[in-house]
Design a protein around this ligand. Structure first.
Ligand SMILES: O=C(O)CCC(=O)C(=O)O
Length: 272
């Protein structure tokens, strides 16, 4: 399986529209890949909180259209990263009045929508995304011909129980688009390796480059195998990180070192 992670430079010097066009043409150039992965909130920038409202799109908005077409033009599975999604109000009366979500879109090689994942753990504690966006409620896996993807977004990487849920649902390749900041880059690499080792799964973690809203981005997108080995890691700038890997290695690793089978569930709370 050949995967290309597109570590996009997200900065205010480029309009959302130009970036969308540029990213679509970069996706089209990856026709030799089976799977292409984009970062979190690459239209606005994950820290550009002030733009979330004005740049939010309905699910089937301009980014959806551009990415569906790019996926089918290239004939690739495309995890199109995430968009700030504007939902309809609960009453359904006026499209666009409901909560925002940090929503990931996955397209099949024919450009059909294969999955939608709304980020479960919102970043910012009591500000930023945590107050501006709603929380997703559902774990999402996507069946590809050679592997099952489990999808998560950025801050989700810190919550191992989410990944265990994905593994229980059959995930073998964990895909994590992110807009991770440079100041916590060490955590990014460490957590990507930890999620791979503990779940005996591939981790494909794709971040952004550049600086937006005054926050330098970590870049250093990373691909880790089920044994925790780093197969490839990007540098700091915009980069296409391409790797080939054998998805069959997940089953082999889980068979040869069957730690997942030794899980003890329902341990409860410690006795005082
Ligand atoms: O957990 C972190 O350090 C970064 C998380 C983040 O930037 C995000 O989820 O947007």
């Amino acid at each position: 399986m050949r995967a290309s992670l597109l570590q996009i430079d997200v900065n205010e010097g480029e309009s959302v529209e130009s970036r969308r066009l540029r990213v679509a043409s970069l996706v089209r150039e990856q026709a030799r890949a089976d799977l292409v992965v984009l970062p979190e909130l690459w239209t606005t920038g994950a820290f550009a909180y002030e733009d979330f409202g004005s740049e939010a799109e309905p699910l089937e908005g301009p980014t959806y259209d551009a990415m569906a077409k790019a996926a089918s033009d290239a004939g690739v599975w495309l995890h199109a990263g995430s968009i700030p999604e504007r939902t309809a109000s609960d009453s359904g009366s006026a499209a666009g009045d409901g909560p925002l979500y940090n929503t990931s879109l996955v397209f099949s090689p024919s450009g059909d929508l294969a999955a939608v994942y709304r980020k479960i753990h919102r970043f910012g504690f009591d500000k930023g995304e945590a107050v501006l966006m709603g929380a997703g409620q559902e774990l999402v896996t996507v069946r590809l011909p050679s592997t099952t993807l489990g999808v998560a977004t950025c801050y989700d990487l810190r919550f191992p129980e989410l990944f265990r849920g994905l593994v229980d649902a059959g995930a073998e390749t964990l895909v994590v688009p992110a807009g991770w900041p440079e100041r916590r880059r060490a955590h990014w690499t460490l957590l990507a390796q930890a999620r791979a080792v503990e779940n005996q799964a591939f981790v494909l973690a794709c971040g952004t480059a550049g600086t937006h809203a005054g926050v330098p981005q970590a870049g250093h997108s990373i691909v880790v195998d089920p044994w925790g080995e780093v197969l490839a890691q990007a540098g700091a700038g915009e980069q296409v990180l391409t790797v080939e890997f054998d998805p069959g290695k997940v089953a082999v690793t889980r068979e040869q070192f069957p730690a997942l089978k030794d899980r003890v569930l329902g341990l409860g709370t410690p006795r005082r």
